[in-house]
Design a protein around this ligand. Structure first.
Ligand code: PEP
Length: 247
């Protein structure tokens, strides 16, 4: 049985004042029946982990370097994330793939170091609108899955997030059929590569303009085990509505 997961990606938003959102969320969900993860900016990770201590909320990073340590000014290693109290990390988000030119092999290296450090890697995949319009969605996702996911993946250390690029922060959401088609495809690819046991145990998240108002129907789609949420994770009230839809 896969435990459902609501993961919030704060992106480059939030200073110390935003930690009160974690406290509010914990008050709204004192003993959650689903996993809750907040991924604040790196500057807030340790304080967020302290704020979330003894709550049902876990804390995660938004990226890590593909090497464990060394001369990489400004970067953060997987071990540094664990040192803050983080237990997961988002990798290969489309904003990193676009803004920082991250390729599948970079994401795979990052996922390897993250898993070696004991973190859960949330690996993001997703097509652009041009790729969808050209009927290339499944080819693109298939390439991202085989290129970005390391061999050491298990149901414990890997989570895959399907995030169509054109749905992120736009208010546009694919049809439930489109979401289902891609999630079924990802599940089948994972089963083929890792075997049924592991393939079936990896959690698959949908991401892209999830809100309290559309969450229930999206969570009803087969193989959707939760959501990776951007904008609607910034305020406890909105994110709580999504968590309730998952519970
Ligand atoms: C995201 O960036 O991961 C995301 C899904 O953003 P939003 O929910 O704002 O579309």
């Amino acid at each position: 049985m896969r435990r459902r997961l609501a993961a919030g990606n704060w992106k480059m938003n939030g200073t110390g004042a935003a930690l009160s959102e974690i406290e509010s969320l914990a008050l709204k969900h004192p003993s959650p029946s689903v996993d809750i993860l907040i991924c604040p900016p790196a500057t807030l990770l340790h304080r967020a982990a302290v704020a979330a201590e003894s709550t049902g909320i876990a804390i995660g990073g938004q990226d890590c370097h593909g090497e464990s340590f060394g001369a990489h000014t400004g970067d953060v290693s997987a071990e540094m994330l664990t040192d803050t109290g983080a237990t997961a990390v988002i990798l290969g988000h489309s904003e990193r793939r676009v803004d920082h030119g991250e390729q599948n092999e970079d994401v795979r290296a990052k996922a390897r170091t993250a898993m070696d450090a004991g973190l859960k890697a949330i690996i993001c995949v997703g097509e652009s609108l041009e790729q969808r319009d050209a009927a290339n969605t499944l080819d693109i996702i298939g390439g991202q899955l085989s290129g970005s996911i390391p061999d050491q993946s298990t149901g414990e250390n890997l989570i895959v997030a399907y995030e169509p690029i054109w749905a992120i922060g736009t208010g546009k959401v694919p049809t439930l059929e489109e979401i289902g088609e891609v999630h079924d495809f990802i599940r089948a690819r994972l089963e083929r590569r890792f075997g049924e046991g592991v393939g079936r145990s990896v959690r698959l998240l949908y991401g892209g303009s999830v809100k309290p108002s559309n969450a229930t129907e999206i969570f009803g789609v087969s193989n959707v085990d939760g959501a990776l949420v951007g904008g609607a994770s910034l305020k406890a009230e909105d994110f709580s509505g999504i968590i309730q839809a998952l519970e």
